[in-house]
Design a protein around this ligand. Sequence first.
Ligand code: COA
Length: 247
Amino acid sequence: MNYKLVTTNERPDLIERGDEIVIEVWPEFMLNDAVANKWFFQLYEKFPEYQYWLLDGKEIVGIGNSIPLFWNEKLENLPEEGWNWAIVKGFKDKEKNIKPNLLCALSITINPKYQGKGISTEMIRSMVQIGKKHNLESLIIPVRPTLKKDYPLTDIEQYITWNREDGQLFDPWLRVHEKLGGEIIKVCSKAMNISGTISEWENWTGMKFFESRKYCIPGALKPVAFDIKKDVGIYIEPNVWVKHKIP
Ligand SMILES: CC(C)(COP(=O)(O)OP(=O)(O)OC[C@H]1O[C@@H](n2cnc3c(N)ncnc32)[C@H](O)[C@@H]1OP(=O)(O)O)[C@@H](O)C(=O)NCCC(=O)NCCS
């Protein structure tokens, strides 16, 4: 594959087009995590060398976001708050001038026109390359298993043990990591926290929520809890911490 890797340092003009692709690909409710809304766009300004795109000529093939952070405990102790923890930790470490030792992936999105062509593997390799360039020890990722959305009632701990007949992991996105030598560390059960009013959830999903209870929402990895009286729906997204070596 002959795609060019560029970072925000080199091509800040790509931020807008990359964001259009992200909006096209992700379920709308996933773009409403309060922590993400506070910090995500600052990544391009504060950590431009860790935000990148793969390009096919002028077109964006994939968008990758990551943040360096410091963690000197065992990876088994990584926080349950996964994604939400990592982005805040990265910014706070930078503020305090703490030298990072790990790179944490925050998002990988493939342009729909280029999905299913193995580009996700190139995106992870590119992230490892960026980590290596900055002398970081390992890449950690709160992985969002993509097909978990089809099994919202199954516990994620159980789901990640599912294998295909050939012995490889059932989940395609976890499988990409597995094939590249990624090691599953553990589930992070509260990786993101998306809260909205009933009408916000109705706008995000196109569904109606008449009663207070849990609902399965298209694209959500587990049910979302609604309280009509309190006018709130809360989705706590579980992910899986995965580690890749940086050679
Ligand atoms: C998940 C994603 C990154 C995968 O990228 P991709 O480049 O399209 O995937 P690949 O072509 O590398 O395929 C990887 C595996 O997934 C399988 N796959 C791809 N699309 C699939 C789909 N829609 N359903 C089921 N399996 C699928 C491929 O067959 C391949 O399986 P294999 O191991 O048997 O060969 C991409 O679909 C995407 O951007 N999704 C939306 C954002 C997202 O969920 N990002 C991940 C969380 S950060």
